[in-house]
Design a protein around this ligand. Structure first.
Ligand code: NAI
Ligand code: AKG
Length: 448
């Protein structure tokens, strides 16, 4: 079978075997088409049914999470962990707490994680997990009881050499701390390397909190350099106001850019003079308030209630840092019309496939999530290293390594794109560079 027909056959199988899993199908679709040039050169990969194998998780765990809220009511949520591909090392990827979490969401994220983790150059397989639990409005005690209930099942399936979860949407240091406490109690083991993104007093790494946002900017900076320009004086639009968005804004400002927006699920802020990051940090990291309260501190800014479409604001660089499918074709067209030159994805799969095509057709330089946001998991990999060595590196040591890793990911993606004669196609380049390493490991490990 030739490469194109093989890819179409696998995609049809994925659709048939995973009914209704739209996000998972879209993630697979995006990757598989870009691998055709590799399969054309390497027919032995088709012989080995490599794509049929890579789209099927090694293991998928789904479990009941019963817990009691502050009013004494019993609540039931659903927990997931997908252990997608372990060819390169222990499964690695975050845990998401959000009402939209489903099997499809966890599988799309786990699938992306395989290639992202491969790109970091560190020995990590791909995994992801989460629950449809909504942390919004919950007390600290409810969050703790939920995390404990979640870990009371998950602990059977993870371990420092097996599967190492971390945070994602709705899961930060507080939740990781509660989950680590329960893991330690149930497993009678104090292996700190079982979770990353831990608080600093029990094995957390300096530099993990800002790593995804900083890493995004280190990657985007390489994109701008490649086109002979810098962030100095550029207008940047950012979505979200969580972990990734906050540290993307911080580094963009350090690079001399003016960031004019941020958002949450209720609406967005447009601050023409530039976002005051101290206010956003206070509202989101300290007080857990809504972004609209930004106006209390910056009355000249504008709040657009009920819209998360920051993409209607004119900019040079767009950095989606909130959630999946947040830039659709209409938003992409608007960005293009308003003169955007660079788009780099901080969130996972924030740009729909037709929006990516619109950027590429318009000659906008596009940086895909699995390359741009790999700094978070890369720094988690560095946390695992420090945990096994039982030592801690300084912030500067970690940040230097992060910068080097992001520069390497850019270089590898660019080189792979050049190899297929499409040198600005970083999406294809990242997919191919990530795939080559995983497929090599899978081939050498035999049919397992
Ligand atoms: N935290 C990490 O290290 C990494 C996170 N990511 C991805 O980055 C994205 C953001 O994650 P975090 O910042 O960690 O999460 P977070 O929970 O700290 O923040 C999420 C942000 O997105 C906003 N948001 C959520 N749903 C939204 C919606 N429907 N519309 C508009 N805004 C919405 C929230 O209000 C919040 O500002 C996700 O796609 C995540 O998978 C990717 C790599 C690593
Ligand atoms: O640090 C990690 O292991 C998780 C990072 C993550 O979930 C992601 O890259 O999307």
């Amino acid at each position: 079978m030739d490469a194109k027909n093989y890819v179409e056959k696998v995609l049809e199988d994925v659709k048939r075997r995973n009914p209704g899993e739209v996000e998972f199908y879209n993630a697979v679709n995006e990757v598989l088409h870009t691998l055709i040039p590799v399969l054309e050169k390497r027919p032995e990969l088709i012989e080995a049914a490599i794509l049929d194998r890579i789209v099927e998780p090694e293991r998928l765990i789904s479990f009941r999470v019963p817990w009691m809220d502050d009013a004494g009511n019993i609540q039931i949520n659903r927990g997931f962990r997908v252990q997608f591909n372990g060819a390169l090392g222990p499964y690695k990827g975050g845990i998401r707490f959000h009402p939209t979490v489903s099997q499809s969401i966890v599988k799309f994220l786990g699938f992306e994680q395989i290639f992202k983790n491969s790109l970091t150059g560190l020995p990590m397989g791909g995994g992801k997990g989460g629950s449809d639990f909504d942390p919004k409005g919950k007390s600290d005690a409810e969050i703790m009881r939920f995390c404990q209930a979640f870990m009371s099942e998950l602990y059977k399936h993870i371990g420092p050499d097996v599967d190492v979860p971390a945070g994602d949407i709705g899961v930060g240091g507080r939740e990781i701390g509660f989950m680590y406490g329960m893991y330690r109690k149930l497993s009678n083991s104090s292996s700190q390397g079982v979770l990353t993104g831990k608080p600093l007093t029990f094995g957390g790494s300096l530099g993990r909190t800002p790593a995804t946002g900083y890493g995004l900017l280190y990657f985007a900076n390489e994109m701008l350099k490649d086109k002979g320009t810098t962030f100095e004086g550029k207008t940047v639009v950012v979505s979200g106001s969580g972990n990734v968005a906050i540290y993307a804004i911080e580094k963009a400002q350090q690079f001399g850019a003016k960031v004019v927006t941020c958002s949450d699920s209720g609406g967005y802020i447009y601050d023409e003079e530039g976002i005051d990051l101290a206010v956003v940090k206070q509202l989101k990291e300290v007080e857990a308030r809504r972004i609209k309260d930004y106006l209390e501190f910056r009355p000249k800014a504008k709040y657009v209630e009920g819209s998360t479409n920051v993409w209607e604001v004119k900019c040079d660089v767009a950095l989606p840092c909130a959630t999946q499918n947040e830039i659709d074709k209409a938003s992409a067209d608007l960005l293009i019309k308003n003169g955007v030159q660079f788009v780099a994805e901080g969130a996972n799969m924030p740009t729909t496939l037709d929006a990516i095509a619109a950027f590429q057709n318009a000659g906008i330089y596009f940086g895909p999530a699995k390359a741009c946001n790999a700094g978070g998991v890369a720094t988690s990999g560095l946390e695992m290293t420090q945990n096994s060595m039982r030592l801690s590196w300084t912030f500067e040591e970690v940040d230097d390594k992060l910068k080097g890793i992001m520069q390497n990911i850019f270089a590898a993606s660019k080189a792979a794109a050049k190899e297929i004669g499409d040198e600005d196609n970083l999406l294809a380049g990242a997919n191919i560079a990530g795939f080559l390493k995983v497929s090599d490991a899978m081939m050498k490990q035999g049919l397992i």
